[in-house]
Design a protein around this ligand. Structure first.
Ligand code: ATP
Length: 348
């Protein structure tokens, strides 16, 4: 079993608190992403799990056993990093074999494992080549094959696709998912790219300023963000936030009355996904002043304001709306998130 328990991890760099009491449990075979903006502490957390960085306090358990104090090589994990360090003076075969050679595996096992990993990553045709004769995507696959060849209990990846162009990233993302689904490896994946995290993960831990703001499945996090930060970070366009007045327990939107959450004060923040609305008859919903309408082919993207607050909304491609129009939008009541204006936290 290779479940991972991160228990109360703190990390200070001098007076700066990079990680503030992080706890997170990852199940055996699960794929969890650490997602957040630059500087939120994801790489530091991954390096602490790997043993490349020492925590100020807290514990890390892999398969029920504390690994604090163990060197990286004794933690039963493999790593793939952003600058996919393949060794230029070794053939692809020897690159993939590297971890196995370090483990002093015999030639037969090396051959078996290299062929298996090369098959998974579709790099068999290049096994005799040197890395400088490969494309970026092929080199990246070599790095992943090298990590998988040792059949690690735990795979740690830090922005492994960030050096690839957009199309290749998408391809590699799909391939990674295919490969890892079969392998049963417990994976922790660091990224600042929400689409990557959404596409790959069983669960995502959204980090911000050294804390985990929310842990959940991609769909949970998208539909029910726990905080304003999470709603604004996940989704493209990000969630809209509209501060509205509460009167007699409800928020008025034209003729519509949206029941306000229990405990709301005089104002509440309406968190609204851009696509969780439908065009309504004039006066039957939230009035939006449209500044720009962009026909994107698959949808119509509208930028403008509701109650004077900036919003982006997505409508079906055939709707006829133009810049300068005032339209009425009916929110999908099941997809509304209410948030406190003071704390930025969502109401349960
Ligand atoms: P990025 O996506 O940019 O790599 P990140 O979320 O991975 O960001 P970290 O690299 O973990 O962030 O860094 C978290 C914070 O800790 C940053 O503010 C960073 O400047 C700081 N930090 C990281 N390493 C050190 C160090 N060795 N000494 C001092 N500060 C550090």
């Amino acid at each position: 079993m290779a479940n991972i328990v991160i228990d109360g991890i703190r990390k200070n760099f001098g007076a700066f608190e990079a990680l503030k009491d992080i706890s997170l449990t990852i199940s055996d075979g699960e794929f969890v992403s650490l997602l957040g903006p630059s500087g939120c502490g994801k790489t530091t957390l991954l390096r602490i799990i790997a043993g490349l960085e020492t925590a100020t306090s807290g514990d890390v358990l892999i398969g029920e056993r504390s690994v604090i104090g163990l060197p990286p090589k004794d933690r039963g994990l493999a790593m793939v990093f952003q600058n996919y360090a393949v060794f230029p003076h070794m053939t692809v075969y020897e690159n993939v074999a590297f971890g196995l050679r370090m483990q002093k595996a015999d030639d037969r096992r090396v051959k078996e494992q290299v062929e298996k990993a090369a098959g998974l990553l579709h790099i068999e045709p290049y096994l005799d080549r040197y890395p400088n004769k490969l494309s970026g995507g092929q080199r990246q696959r070599v790095a992943v094959a090298r990590a998988l060849a040792v059949e690690p209990r735990v795979l740690l990846m830090d922005e492994p696709l960030s050096n690839l162009d957009a199309l290749l990233r998408l391809e590699m993302r799909t391939e990674l998912k295919t490969v890892l689904q079969g392998a049963g490896t417990t994976t922790i994946y660091v990224t600042h790219d929400q689409t990557e995290a959404m596409g790959l993960s069983n669960r995502i831990a959204v980090m911000h300023d050294g804390v985990v703001e929310q842990v959940g499945s991609p769909v949970e996090i998208y539909n029910h963000p726990a905080t304003r930060f999470v709603g604004g970070f996940i989704g493209n366009p990000p969630m809209n936030f509209i501060t509205v007045a509460v009167e007699d327990g409800a928020v008025a939107a034209g003729t519509l009355r949206l029941p306000a959450p229990a405990g709301a004060g005089r104002e509440v923040v309406l968190g609204l996904r851009g696509e969780a609305v439908a065009l309504a008859a004039p006066g039957d919903g939230l009035d939006m002043t449209v500044r720009v309408a962009e026909p994107m082919g698959s949808h119509l993207l509208l930028t403008g304001a509701i109650h004077g607050q900036p919003v982006r909304v997505i409508l079906p491609p055939a709707e006829r709306v133009r810049g300068g129009d005032v339209i009425s939008l009916r929110p999908d009541l099941d997809r509304i998130t209410w948030l406190s204006p003071e704390s930025g936290k969502s109401y349960p």
